[in-house]
Every structure is written in C-alpha cells, then in structure tokens.
Design a protein around this ligand. Structure first.
Ligand SMILES: [Zn+2]
Length: 210
C-alpha cells in the first residue's frame, strides 16, 4: 500500500477506535528524507493524502499544507533516532494520559512489567517532564529521549511512539495504551508480575528487546 494512504488509514483507525478524538493526535512517516505529517487542526477521522503536509527534516515546507503544530518534536525525534525511526505516532489516548498526570508516578518505572508484550513492544518507556505543546523545550526533550527510546510518556499530555515502520509505531502505541488501561483496571489488586527470570527469557528469545 502507498505509505501516505497507509498513514491516513491508520489515522482514521485510531479515531474510529477512540485512541484519538476531536482534532488531537498527529502521525508522520519519513519517505526518501521527506516527512509526511498530518495537518494542523484536522481530525484524524478523515485525513486524506492530499491533506498531508510535507516538510524536510530541517523543517522547510515542501508543499502548501500546514503541518501539525507539534511538528517540531517529530523532526527532533527523527534527528535524535538517527535513521532508526521512520514513523512517529503521537496521541492523547485516555489511559496513558491519565497515567501521565499521576502526581505519584514512578518516573523511573512508570508501568510494571506484567505482560511479555509490554516488554517486547514498549519498554523501556521514557517519562518526559511537562512542556507546553509545540514548544522548543518539548522538541528538545523528545530529541534527546529518541536517541535511545522508542516509547515516551509526556507528562500531562500524551504518548509518542517511534518505529522503523508505521506498523511498529502503531503496535507500540496500542500496547502502551492497553498496558496503562490494564494498570488502572487492576490498581489496588495484588498483581503477579513477570519475574526477573521470565523477563530475561523474553530478552533472550526475542531479538532487540531491551
Ligand atoms: Zn499532543
């Protein structure tokens, strides 16, 4: 499938399933050193390829469409990841945002490892301080985190997931939101976590798990 069609289809799917709402959320993919990103102020529900903004990795506009206001952190993430990332998903999905607002959040260990899938797709999850959306400070923090992290929780804001392809960024985002949901659903219960040995086994068997 054409990568721009796929981006739009993914955006609509996030909206249809309640991961995105209103005009929140933005997605981008890198194709031949050009960043294609969802436009500013638009609902992900009905974005079509002709609406996508195209910018260079330096931020120069390459078509007439206006990029999402959050484009600075997309560019910073691609630069920080140094070619490892070719897609970025940013959403304000409910459970992850709820997690990001907890005053008691353990920033070094924001979610417990109770499923192999969280370990395989999301961990290690970086927690970034709150910065105003669209600000240079937020972009800088995302760029620094992207050097080693593919998954980020932005305090009082949302999530950012990177991927070598769009599917990978999407999988990460969904796993992160569902793990946050599980965490709230089981809050106060005594949980069986994956043991250190079980976590090591996942890292051994599945290449690339950190
Ligand atoms: Zn946002």
């Amino acid at each position: 499938m054409d990568p721009l069609e796929k981006l739009c289809e993914t955006a609509a799917s996030f909206f249809a399933r309640g991961y995105a709402f209103g005009s929140t959320g933005n997605l981008s993919v890198v194709v031949d050193d050009r960043v294609w990103i969802t436009p500013t102020g638009a609902s992900l529900r009905k974005v079509v390829p002709a609406d996508l903004a195209c910018i260079s990795l330096d931020g120069a506009a390459l078509n007439a469409n206006k990029a999402s206001k959050e484009y600075p952190f997309h560019l910073a993430a691609y630069r920080g990841a140094g070619g490892r990332a070719k897609a970025l998903v940013h959403l304000h999905c409910t459970y992850a945002v709820a997690l990001s607002c907890l005053d008691t959040l353990d920033e070094a260990n924001p979610l417990p490892v109770f499923t192999p899938y969280y370990l395989m797709r999301v961990a290690p999850l970086a927690v970034l301080p709150y910065y105003r959306p669209g600000s240079g400070e937020l972009a800088q923090a995302v760029g620094e985190a992207a050097v080693v992290h593919d998954s980020m929780l932005l305090r009082n804001h949302g999530v950012i997931c990177l991927g070598a392809a769009l599917e990978e960024a999407v999988d990460r985002t969904e796993e992160l939101e569902e793990t946050a949901k599980l965490w709230f659903l089981t809050r106060g219960e005594k949980l069986r976590m994956l043991t250190a040995g079980e976590q090591d086994e996942i890292r051994r068997v599945f290449r690339g798990v950190r």
